[in-house]
Design a protein around this ligand. Structure first.
Ligand code: PLP
Length: 222
């Protein structure tokens, strides 16, 4: 068995039933993705539109592509129709553009709202209050061709496990708050949190989707 297959097997063994694994393949060559595919992996995560559009035709058609990076508004059109989930909707303007482009293409795009709880200032996303306001005002009711499937977030990049755990709990409780506020939201069930170094903590806090790159593929070659 190659390393990638062994890594996948080891990680999957730690995930409870119902938690899905995204293999974050950004900056890794298609050959590495094929090894993961041959080991049964079907969900891949990419963070750049150009890289994703280049890899899609080189991989089997049953791969489900998740977009997990900051999506520039001028790249939206290129991405629509290629993803099974855009995990990183970080502004209402981006959401509106995705919705309009999806309606024009006659497709429904599944997305997650990205929430920012980490201490770093550079990360993209809605603040918890902004996201709660968006749902309290029921602004999602105007969406035509977008399915809001849940939220995505990252913990603070720190060795302090208590802080990481608190960040994940904040994301999960925001998700629960939105669900309670908007019982009409159908299928708003995904909580995407957890990466190579912290996915076990994330799962314990209620993650339903972990995004793991380095622990599967090794270090990225930038
Ligand atoms: C790169 C990336 C990951 C994977 O990070 P690893 O530490 O390599 O597991 C997960 N989520 C997002 C949003 C990323 O950009």
């Amino acid at each position: 068995m190659n390393n990638i297959a062994a890594n996948l097997e080891r990680i999957r063994a730690t995930l409870p039933a119902g938690v899905e694994l995204v293999a974050v393949s950004k900056f890794h060559p298609v050959e590495a993705l094929r090894q993961a595919y041959d080991a049964g992996q079907r969900i891949f995560g990419e963070s750049r539109v150009q890289e994703l559009t280049a890899k899609v035709p080189q991989m089997p058609a049953d791969v489900r592509w998740h977009f997990i990076g900051h999506l520039q508004t001028n790249k939206v059109r290129q991405l629509i129709g290629l993803t099974s989930l855009i995990e990183s909707v970080d502004s209402e303007r981006l959401l509106e553009l995705i919705d309009r482009a999806s309606a024009e293409r006659g497709v429904v795009t599944r997305v997650l709202m990205q929430v920012h709880v980490a201490a770093e200032e550079t990360k993209f996303g809605f603040s918890p209050d902004e996201l709660a306001d968006y749902f309290a005002a029921r602004r999602y009711e105007s969406l035509q061709a977008t399915h809001l499937c849940g939220i995505m977030g990252m913990a603070t990049n720190t060795d302090d496990a208590a802080r990481v755990q608190a960040d994940f709990e904040a994301i999960a409780s925001l998700h629960a708050r939105i669900k309670a506020m908007c019982p009409d939201l159908r299928g708003f069930d995904t909580i995407s949190m957890g990466m190579s170094d912290d996915y076990l903590l994330a799962v314990r806090a209620g993650s339903t989707l972990v995004r793991v790159g380095t622990a599967i593929f090794g270090p990225r070659q930038y």
